[in-house]
Design a protein. Structure first.
Length: 430
């Protein structure tokens, strides 16, 4: 019945235009009843639906005595489904690919703490609603256009107990299978044998993306956009220098942390560079820093940064399966060698970057248990470009000149890393 409801929602555009009751709210049950009685024989084929530009034009909230109402305005209705996830509590609204013509991430009220939106996977978009309290999601209603508005899809969030919320929480099996298959399909199937490669393989990982914007500046610059711009600059510079470069994402989509790492391993990458931007309660804190892997973290602040970045999957509406404990990975000799290579690159990069941007004055080379850095065979670093919470640094990071200089400095460190390895003699394959 759930699958049939999704198909019937897609037919609603025709139904509301041709029925006498089009001006009154319609639930999914209303639509099903009309189709069963023969009123809705014209269906929108999913392929045709995907071919059109379906636009989300707005989202708004209203607080009522017994519920919080979340309304999505669209150019036409599409098949949507909702589910809830806990730890932290959130509602996910899953839908086909759409275009977003609305303002950035918003703070809410009532049961809604905040919401985000974006492309979750290729061909798949999503709202993620962070909650102030546990809720039950009512059956959505669809209101037809009136007074210049688009179609409005109404979701009512009713308060409930945490115990009831937890019983209903979880990723639907079919969506989990779909997303896992999509991630596996995106990985290279037959990476070249190590001995046949001439060019060094670099994987660049722009952090966050899709429904997870990361941190943001006071003037609205999001981390996901900043780091993607720098990553694309770095990709061009490295390719011009003869490296084989792969991106974990080259557009505004979400990629789970473990899959970013898996991509580098499947490619037998020689280096993974993950790019992020930092935040701090003190707006005066500024400067670039670079992280490598450790079990405990160099200090409390480093552990806090790692926790923030490791929670990215939850922000995108995903639940990540339990990762291997870092302590067990560190026992491997290959991991120890990989950590040493990672640290050498971090030091080389800081030496180059000091000439182009401000460096965090206290311990710019830090370590913590970042999920994306946990490969036992791929040297990996995470670069925090600076602090978006520092207004002056945020403005600087928006300039093309700064991004170009930083990209060239990181590329120079890549050159240094592999020239040093060549001078040391032949290395064994991973």
């Amino acid at each position: 019945m759930r699958g049939m409801r999704q198909i019937l929602l897609a037919a609603l555009a025709c139904l509301v235009a041709t029925t006498a009751a089009a001006q009154s709210p319609q639930t999914v049950d209303d639509v099903i009843d009309k189709v069963l009685r023969g009123a809705g024989k014209a269906e929108v084929h999913p392929a045709a639906q995907q071919a059109r530009d379906i636009i989300v034009m707005g989202a708004r909230m209203g607080a009522h005595e017994d519920r919080t109402r979340f309304v999505v305005e669209m150019s036409e209705p599409v098949a949507m489904r909702t589910f809830v996830l806990n730890n932290p509590n959130r509602v996910v609204i899953d839908m086909p690919l759409v275009k977003w013509h609305l303002e950035g991430p918003a703070h809410g009220f009532g049961a809604v703490r905040a919401y985000r939106y974006g492309t979750f996977r290729q061909g798949n978009s999503r709202f993620v609603i962070d909650l102030n309290e546990p809720v039950v999601v009512g059956e959505p209603m669809v209101l037809p256009p009136e007074n210049g508005s688009g179609y409005r899809v109404v979701f009512d969030l009713f308060p409930t107990t945490q115990a009831k919320f937890d019983r209903n929480a979880g990723w639907p099996d079919d969506l989990r299978a779909r997303d896992t298959a999509a991630q596996i399909a995106a990985l290279p199937r037959t990476p070249p044998p190590v001995q046949s490669r001439i060019k060094k393989v670099i994987v660049i990982d722009p952090g966050h993306g899709g429904t997870d914007p990361g941190t943001h500046s006071d003037d609205g610059q999001s981390e996901k956009d900043l780091v993607l711009g720098v990553a694309l600059q770095l990709e061009r510079v490295l390719q011009a220098r003869g490296y084989t470069v792969h991106m974990t994402r080259d557009s505004d989509i979400g990629v789970e942390l473990s899959n970013r790492r898996a991509l580098a391993q499947s490619l037998r990458a020689d280096l993974l560079i993950s790019i992020h931007a930092n935040s701090h309660p003190d707006p005066n804190v500024a400067g670039l820093s670079i992280y490598t892997l450790s079990e405990k973290g160099s200090d409390a602040e480093a552990r806090a940064v790692a926790k923030k970045e490791n929670d990215a999957d939850k922000k995108s509406g995903a639940e990540r399966a339990g990762d291997n404990d870092v302590a067990s990975i560190l026992l491997a000799l290959s991991q120890r060698d990989t950590m040493n290579k990672s640290s050498r690159f971090a030091e080389a990069a800081l030496a180059e970057l000091r000439n182009e941007t401000d460096i965090l004055p206290h311990k710019p080379h830090r370590d913590a248990a970042f999920v994306v850095l946990k490969s036992p065979v791929v040297p990996s670093v995470l670069i925090e470009l600076g602090f978006l919470t520092n207004p002056e640094e945020a403005r600087k990071m928006q300039t093309d000149g700064w991004r170009a200089r930083v990209a060239r400095a990181i590329a120079a460190a890549v050159d240094h890393q592999f020239m040093a390895a060549a001078d040391a003699g032949p290395a064994t394959g991973q």
